[in-house]
Design a protein around this ligand. Sequence first.
Ligand code: 5GP
Ligand code: MN
Ligand code: MN
Length: 316
Amino acid sequence: MHISLTETAAALKAVQRIVITAHVNPDGDAIGSSLGLMHALKALGKEVQVFIDDDIPAAFSVLPGYELIGKPAEGQSIPADLLVAVDVSLDRIGKVAEAVKAPTLNIDHHITNDDQADKLYLDGTAAATAEIIYQLIEELDVPCTQDMAMCLYTGIALDTGWFRFSNTKPRTMQVAAALLSCGAQPHVISEALEQRPLSEVQSLAFALQKIEILADGKVAGICLDNADLQEHEAPEGLIGMVRVIEGVDIAFTLKEKEPGLCRVSLRSKGIDVTKIALQFGGGGHVRAAGCSIEKNCAEARNDLIKAILQVVEAES
Ligand code: 5GP
Ligand code: MN
Ligand code: MN
């Protein structure tokens, strides 16, 4: 059921024990929104825990509260009055779904949200879920602290590609400015999050050799099979390098993380890439989407390229 921001605030005020979760394979928005909301609810006197069913990259230790994020154990039962899922639909929270048997409140900005939670606040115009959480904190009438600001600024900065993507709106900048006034430190965040191990930077050279150009240059992508990934780390932000190629509208990466399981990222400068991701049970935004394909690299590549070319054809 869709609810308003005021109703979202009321739903949070009405309960005491709250578990916050976000999507597996968590990004800056998932982690920043979870921790930002945690700090705000703690300020309201709530008992709050954050559980994410994945490892949290160490670079995010720059965010206050990082060490408090738990990962549910097999068969664990976590008591709560409310489960709050941020930056995600309930189908991508992994084991947290079984571990927390409580009513669900979902706060999200993905237009592909599946609307399966008991209550859903969805704002597809928000650049990041963290932008919504800032507005929610205002609605809750909690003073914004530096801890909240560091977390929420990170969510917005990463989902907008450091304020470069088309989702960057006047409101995005206004919220970011407010977060700076509350003590967010952009240089501390960017220095921590842009750091990479030498081996990962060097693996870029390997991966970039594998760029494939399709559809008269409108589509470009990189496929890394499991053997490639055994030898070379998957470079973070690889898709950004493909996206900037002149003339490319759709960029993709396909990484065979485990034999027979591929993770796909899609970016576009115009075409709606959710049309491709949804065909494989994924989702996302018009210009940034993703999915998993349970096939080996060669088979998944064939299916993906077929789907991309169909969408490109239909648009031209
Ligand atoms: P990324 O390529 O950075 O992993 O994801 C791009 C966008 O697509 C993000 O907003 C992310 O949440 C969404 N996305 C990526 N993979 C999936 C998926 O498997 N399912 C859904 N529903 N969304 C996804
Ligand atoms: Mn996310
Ligand atoms: Mn997001």
